[in-house]
Design a protein around this ligand. Sequence first.
Ligand code: ADP
Length: 187
Amino acid sequence: MRLQINKSAIHIIQGDITQQNTDAIVNAANSSLMGGGGVDGAIHRTGGPSILAECKEIVKKQGRLPTGEAVITTAGNMASKYVIHTVGPVYKDGKSNEPQLLANAYRNSLTVAAEKKLETLSFPAISTGIYGYPVDDATEIAFRTVIDFLREHTQIILVRFVLFDDRTFSSYQQALTRLRAQIYGEE
Ligand code: ADP
């Protein structure tokens, strides 16, 4: 399923982000950048130790990565060229700036990719695993932020949302169906 925003496309697929061949894949990291569980663990395991070595250099220079910010490393053994590490918010009550921080994580990842002149990018469902963000709310923020960015920037031509589990994929399918109805007037 896809959505066209000017000359850029948004795709959703169910799968494993470590297997994507986009220029970059985004990692839902934590502030320490030292790896962890979920998608972060999968990326470091599949990409190999060079990613952690680069993360350590970044933390040495600029300290821990604040929530909502993004940095870039190479992708080690994976098919993509780069990993963009961003930190989504831990969900508390929905009133602790979580929506803004989650939008920042998406927007800053896209900005880092555009600055590096990359054209294609894969995102996981940031914050919706261990960090506990309600999936449907997070899905809406992911789409809204990416669509707004693609409307204003032409560097990125493909954003692929790579959803791991059935529940998350179905949330993205429903959101995409609603958006296509709004944008293309589909039934
Ligand atoms: P966070 O700490 O930001 O919540 P998690 O890694 O716990 O990050 O979860 C974010 C999402 O990534 C969840 O939907 C989880 O199912 C998914 N996920 C886990 N492994 C992978 C993978 N290999 N590829 C894509 N998504 C993954």
